[in-house]
Design a protein around this ligand. Sequence first.
Ligand code: TRP
Length: 441
Amino acid sequence: MPVTRVLTGITTSGTPHLGNYAGAIRPAVAASRRAGVESFYFLADYHALIKTFDPARVQRSTLEIAASWLACGLEPDKVWFYRQSDIPEVTELTWLLTCVAGKGLLNRAHAYKAAVDRNRAAGEDEDAGVSAGLFMYPVLMAADILLFKAHSVPVGRDQVQHIEMARDFGARFNHLYGEYFVLPEAAIEASVATLPGLDGRKMSKSYDNTIPLFAPPAELKKLIFSIVTDSRAPGEAKDTEGSALFQLYQAFATPAQTDAFARAFADGIGWGDAKQALLERIDAEVAPMRARYDELIAKPVEIEAILREGALKARKVATPLLEALRHAVGLRDLRAQAVAATAAKAKSAMPQFKQYRDDDGQFYFKLLSADGAELIQSVAHASPRDAGERIAALKRDGAAALRHVSGAGLHLGEHLVGALAATATLDAVAGALAAFAGEGT
Ligand code: TRP
């Protein structure tokens, strides 16, 4: 079975809450135990510096988030669990990508655009209060992802644009220098509904309506009893629809427990009793993890050691890649003198279409990668012109529109193009085809 690499980062600027747990930590820990998956989870502390200038908060949040993931069952020796700032290759790659990233694309990043729009509305200078760090956020994030050749990146909807940008930067780099990067896909877990917070809006630190994942029992109780409900009295039937209390319960209950809770709503359970039931349900899942969390948080030495181990493991992947990338872009040992020769080779190092007529009298083509490996073997065409038209369509649309139908070959629109070579991947084909973009066919 081919291995899928899953990677995601958690910005270290806050304290994990129940929404983070149900939406990110719990599914990620479960995914990390699946066969055929390599999981990369990291503490995005460089990203935190874009959001906060409070050093104590960054440090505290890093400790809390690391302890939370471990307490929730992440097994550091089965995954890659590390702190972004322990990997110098991340910042090094950020620069290499900065040099291929389109500034115009970054101008269109949602977070940056929102800041500019706010400034305009307030009659301020467009970039007032906007750091270059905020502007470059997507490039740093692309480096996180591309450095580890992640296939799949589980993120919230708000982050999808960043994954698309990572693909764009990766494809441009591949086009210029060769096939170094895997182009990642965003994975939005549709089944993980966002949890409501105390006031019924999405649980989020920016709404100040969160329930900390590992709040001490007394605080947990106080918060749960402050969840907003309507004013129906005990004995009156209650709506499950639109009830934050009910949705929270559902996120921590089996389907059978949820059904029973829905019946209790219909039968007019009092809000106090409903809150008590929710408290017990959450506590049943969280209490054992809370005990582990409290133990871990009291031992920062151990957490630090785990993260350093994780960094060593991650750098085993990152360091060789950076070495290859440095060479690819020309940051090279001067004693190696093949300069003129490599410059000439780089010019010809484009992917190519090779057309030919076979013994059967039909016309075919192959797509070869820049280093000559076969990527596509076409189907037969009746004339050279037919083959040429298919090639033109591939150059024009192929990078974006080509699909691989397993067992049935490569398709562009409704046309069968041919077969993917045994050693090739769809990403490699897309990268090769991207090299023809703008050729004006
Ligand atoms: N930007 C992400 C967030 O705010 C955090 C993040 C940083 C990330 N680097 C990443 C997520 C790489 C996925 C992959 O949620």
